[in-house]
Design a protein around this ligand. Structure first.
Ligand SMILES: [Zn+2]
Ligand SMILES: [Zn+2]
Length: 1097
């Protein structure tokens, strides 16, 4: 029996045909499966660990606004002022930087979108209320003249707070809530606190300061203040010449991270891993190559082979021919103890491509000349024969060598070519000398990911301060995306020199490269490592790699393309790449120049700054370890694509587009967006990305003929791009399909070798198309940056690993603190607040405060088990990931259970009313067919064989639950209408090999069935049956949806099959008629799977 293909009328069932497995393209890091399940449900990578609904985000947002208003009340002396402040705050709402992703106290899941969603929802709320209301007034006369606040409600309480309030307590609370505009989250916490049995009113101090002073007793992390000079050009002349910059010592942060048991056990400090699906930083080329993180040498037959050594080996791909190569990395094969070696191919004259064979090269080969290639292969160490001495002629001549290399053979735009040997990225082993590590200590090699970004904490004046944050590349993707795992290093005060502030960090990283001992929980360990990557947005990244601004003549930090040629996708980015050692010599030229004018000329010519970034004094490749940010790049391009698209629509086109857009079947987790044509400029980056996930469908539905386009663009396309009138619409749709496809590939959370190649092909595909429609887009720096994405992706396994959106949210956290600070020393407030939060988090995660004995420590852990403490922490981003989730002692007499102890905290929401049942065509009592299916579900999935008596079920709109699997917990929330994905076993009984495909089903209903005092949740599914063909225009697979009346495939399943948050999007394949204004023709059962859909980060 296959999960999808269970015929309802057959009884045969073999449990063993179900397997729990991840679907390949929606794979998550978590390899563990829930063992007692036989079906394996595809695990989506972007599971929400803590699935907060947009609703709760909204509440939180209101709460924050209220808090800030509240604070303004505190600080301002009169009403006028606070009114002013409120306006200012509202202005903030439209500040792109501020509102893009606004969240403050919440767990961010792994899903920024969810948060962004919450915000845009709120944003929508602010703007839509009016719009909807006007709309209603226009179309619906009965709203006219309706009266509000009309004194019809009359309370007559008799107590001392009567007649308006039932008692004095409510009266006080009411005043307090109204005065300080208390939000619902804050109120909920307050109510929980005062209702706690241990709460004692006599212990409540009158002063807030008394409560706050207990912070100082916590095991805070010591940080240092450094005096830095201020650049007085930017500050009023009255201000001081110096200020203090506060920096956390790197050693202290690393020590705290290693001492945190919840982090320590999930971090990876081993050699580079070779695997098919690359997801983590240690799957990427950078980790593989660098001796700071990976393996430096391997011993084979008593010979030590180092990274960078040249070897002779038997090439099994060419019939065991003896070949030359260079050891690039020494890797462990995933899930085994086997070692493999990646080598760069070095070829002899005979292997040169035909076009490159010349008499001159032949003669050189007689003297011992070989050729290097960019081509790498993986070999088994046993195929290595011996070392061989080869001289790369761009470096000093060694004392003895057998061969030499002058040229690199490479392929550019399908043509073979050569470039001089010095046009190569030096292998890290050529510029990093690692220190001897003590053999008797456990070794931890840290991969540092430094994020630097400026932000304006104040709305009214530009007063940019720079945040410096640390992430640890040794953490898996899922941990790196949590806000609490962004560690604050310090701030660059307004108008202070970045280099000066960074100096203590630079010194700390140098110390780390050398390595040092640390005492971690009574054990001495050796800590080393170094800088892995600097992440940043475009301007900051150029600064940190020493390159001029991106608008300069040569403003790309990876190659020497001229600003006027940004559109040229055939540009040879290998030959004209920026190479670290070459840029270094350029910096030397500049520093040797005699006059300022000369320096400026050189600086313009090389496209570099006059002084290198201070990060140049640590071991790094400034061009490779400063990758471009995919989020800003693709978000920016999406915005351009949308703007240009709306620009070519005439009013007929706009109206039709908006009509389709308004009625579109959005993914259920999205909130409503603002009108894209009129409000595109107030969209956030994430909104641009979302809209582009559905643009191909919107265009397919709305754009029917060229009469919807501006005539000038039609003429332009016919004349310049040589389209026929007939082709224009199809070509335009194809442009969008390729853009959306490209974006979805760029944000993949894991990459196979094929995916890297697909990405590269898609980038080229879209680049070619966009030039025909919107040549202006091809002039943008973001357009050119795409050329470098495949390299960045390979270096860091994925592009999301080095993208900044989660990091940018750190700013939101700090910005949200401003209303609570006295604004005198913002940086100090920020640092202290962060320190307090991280210290609380450390203790909650089970970290040990060395100053106390363990028994006393235990006390703090016990406190966090308290219901009220848990409630306070639950919506806070410092919430421990492993939280003791004991089943709440609810008052409900009937317990909801999946009959599986790994499924806890099961909650249903939104009981269906009679009306709901009618509109959804559901019956309270299951009909014969469904009742029989329910019986089978009990029997086969839950091992309950007894006869069922009750046909009665209760329907709900959603269900949420937590799955505990070893140390991992995942929170799931399913809603009616969601499309789940399941890996279906399609292997034949006779075949030994196990085959699966991903199948999809729509949740038609969620219901509880009561049996033996237990309420058991089930799903009623409608399966999407694959037609095995793709839509020709969009390239999306086509499906037929099973109808409720169609009993071919079984529909009722136990909830426990769904072990991950579903995140799939299907779109109705509307015909020319039948679907109108969002009401889709139910008799048309054909759907498309949206392959452009993803979760941005
Ligand atoms: Zn470039
Ligand atoms: Zn339709």
């Amino acid at each position: 029996m296959f999960l999808k293909k269970i015929r309802a009328d057959k009884q045969q069932h073999k449990k063993s045909n179900f397997r729990l497995r991840k679907s390949r393209d929606t794979h998550s890091n978590n390899n563990s499966s829930i063992s007692n399940h036989t079906i394996i449900l595809g695990k989506q990578q972007n599971i929400c660990e803590n699935n907060t609904s947009s609703q709760s985000n909204k509440n939180n947002f209101y709460y924050k606004i209220n808090e800030s208003i509240n604070n303004n009340h505190d600080t301002s002396k009169n009403n006028k002022d606070s009114y002013h402040n409120f306006n200012e705050f509202n202005e903030d709402l439209v500040d792109d930087d501020f509102t893009e992703i606004y969240d403050t106290g919440e767990e961010f899941n792994n899903d920024i979108d969810e948060n962004v969603n919450g915000n845009s929802d709120i944003y929508g709320e602010f703007n839509y209320i009016d719009e909807d209301f006007t709309e209603n007034c226009d179309t619906n006369g009965e709203f006219n003249g309706r009266e509000y606040d009309n004194n019809k409600k009359q309370n007559c309480y008799s107590g001392d707070a009567g007649p308006y309030f039932p008692n004095f307590t409510i009266f006080l609370l009411f005043l307090w809530v109204i005065k300080h505009q208390i939000g619902s989250e804050a109120y909920k916490d307050f109510a929980n606190i005062v209702k706690h049995p241990k709460f004692n009113a006599n212990d409540v101090p009158f002063s807030l300061a008394t409560v706050k002073k207990y912070r100082n007793g916590l095991p805070l992390l010591p940080f240092k203040g450094y005096t830095v000079s201020l650049n007085n050009h930017n500050t009023p002349s009255t201000s001081k010449p110096t200020t203090q910059a506060f920096i956390f010592p790197l050693k202290n942060i690393l020590c705290r991270i290693l001492s945190n048991p919840q982090l320590h056990e999930h971090m990876y400090f081993g050699p580079g891993i070779y695997c098919e699906n690359k997801q983590e930083i240690w799957h990427g080329v950078l980790w593989h190559k660098s001796p700071l993180f990976g393996t430096e040498h391997i011993k084979l037959n008593e010979t030590i082979y180092n990274l960078g050594d040249f070897i002779k080996y038997y090439n099994i791909h060419t019939h065991n021919q003896l070949c030359y190569g260079r050891i690039i990395s020494i890797l462990h094969i995933n899930d085994s103890h086997d070692i493999c070696i990646r080598i760069e191919n070095i070829i002899e004259y005979n292997s040169l491509p035909f076009q490159l064979k010349s008499q001159q090269r032949r003669n050189a080969s007689y003297d011992g000349c070989l050729w290097m290639t960019d081509y790498t292969i993986i070999i088994n160490p046993i195929n290595i024969v011996s070392k061989v001495d080869i001289w790369l002629t761009d470096i000093d001549e060694p004392s003895n060598f057998q061969y030499f290399i002058n040229e690199i053979v490479y392929c550019v735009n399908g043509q073979w070519s050569t470039r001089p040997i010095d046009l190569r990225h030096h292998h890290p082993v050529e510029y990093i000398t690692t220190q001897n590590t003590p053999s008797n200590l456990p070794i931890y090699k840290f991969f540092l990911d430094i994020y630097i970004d400026k932000f304006g904490p104040f709305r009214n004046a530009y007063h940019g301060i720079g945040g410096i944050y640390l992430q640890i590349g040794n953490m898996p993707q899922i941990l790196r995306q949590k806000l609490k795992n962004h560690f604050l290093i310090g701030f660059i005060p307004f108008s202070a020199s970045c280099d000066e502030v960074l100096q203590p960090l630079i010194n700390d990283i140098q110390d780390l490269e050398h390595g040092y001992e640390l005492g971690i929980n009574n054990q001495t360990v050796w800590v080393t490592g170094g800088l892995g990557v600097i992440t940043s947005d475009l301007p900051e990244g150029n600064e940190q790699s020493g390159i001029k601004n991106h608008n300069a003549h040569y403003g790309c930090r990876n190659c020497m393309i001229h600003h006027n040629n940004l559109h040229d996708i055939t540009f040879d980015i290998v030959k004209y790449a920026r190479y670290h050692h070459i840029t270094t010599s350029h910096f030397e030229d500049i520093s040797n120049a005699k006059t300022q004018a000369e320096r400026e000329i050189l600086s313009t010519q090389y496209g570099i700054r006059e002084k290198p970034s201070s990060f140049d004094s640590i071991s790094r490749d400034r061009h490779i370890q400063c990758p471009h940010d995919a989020f800003h790049c693709i978000g920016g391009l999406a915005k351009e694509m949308l703007q240009s698209t709306f620009g070519i629509l005439n009013s007929i086109g706009e109206n039709e587009f908006l009509n389709v857009w308004r009625n579109f079947e959005y993914p259920s987790v999205w909130s409503r967006q603002q009108n894209p044509i009129s409000h595109l400029n107030s969209y956030f980056f994430s909104d641009y990305l979302r809209l582009s996930m559905i643009m191909p469908f919107l265009i397919n539905r709305s754009l029917i003929s060229t009469s919807m386009l501006n005539r000038t663009i039609v003429e332009f396309l016919i004349e310049k791009s040589k389209f026929t009138k007939r082709q224009i619409i199809d070509q335009f749709l194809s442009l969008w399909a390729s853009f959306s496809k490209m974006a979805s590939l760029i944000f993949r959370k894991e990459f196979s070798e094929d995916d890297y190649n697909n990405l590269q092909q898609n980038i080229i595909h879209w680049s070619e198309k966009v030039g025909k429609f919107f040549p202006r887009i091809t002039q943008l720096p973001n357009f050119h940056i795409l050329c470098h994405f495949t390299m960045h992706a390979r270096n860091f396994a994925t592009l999301v690993n080095v993208a900044v959106p989660t990091k940018e949210m750190m700013h939101r956290l700090f910005k949200a603190m401003i209303p609570h600070s006295n604004k005198k020393n913002i940086e100090m407030d920020f640092v202290q607040r962060d320190n307090c939060l991280q210290t609380l988090r450390f203790l909650l995660d089970g970290g040990v405060d060395k100053r106390y004995d363990t028994e006393r420590q235990l006390n703090f852990n016990m406190l966090s088990k308290d219901q009220c403490v848990r409630a306070l922490l639950s919506s806070w981003y410092i919430l421990p990931s492993k939280f003791d989730l004991e089943q709440d002692d609810d008052d409900t007499p009937l317990q909801i259970t999946c009959i599986d102890e790994n499924y806890i905290n099961i909650k249903v929401q939104g009981l269906y009313t009679k009306h709901d049942l009618q509109t959804n065509n559901l019956e309270k009592n299951l009909d014969d067919n469904l009742f029989a299916e329910l019986g089978r579900s009990y029997n086969e999935e839950l091992d309950c064989t007894e006869h069922l008596t009750s046909r009665k079920v209760k329907y709900y709109k959603s269900i949420s639950y937590t799955i505990v699997d070893g140390n991992n917990q995942s929170n799931i929330r399913l809603r009616v209408g969601d499309v789940i994905n399941v890996l279906e076993d399609i292997s034949d009984d006779r075949e030994a090999e196990f085959k699966t495909i991903t199948s999809y089903a729509q949740i038609r209903a969620i219901f509880l069935h009561t049996k033996d005092q237990l309420q058991i949740p089930f799903l009623l599914l409608n399966w999407f049956i694959s037609l095995g063909i793709n839509n020709s225009k969009l390239g999306c697979p086509r499906y037929r949806l099973q109808q409720l009346s169609d009993q071919t495939w079984r529909r009722i399943y136990a909830v426990k099959w769904i072990d991950h948050q579903p995140n799939n999007h299907f779109i109705h394949q509307c015909r020319k008629s039948g679907c109108e204004n969002g009401n889709h023709d139910k008799t048309n059962v054909y759907y498309l799977h949206n392959i452009f859909y993803y979760t941005a980060i």
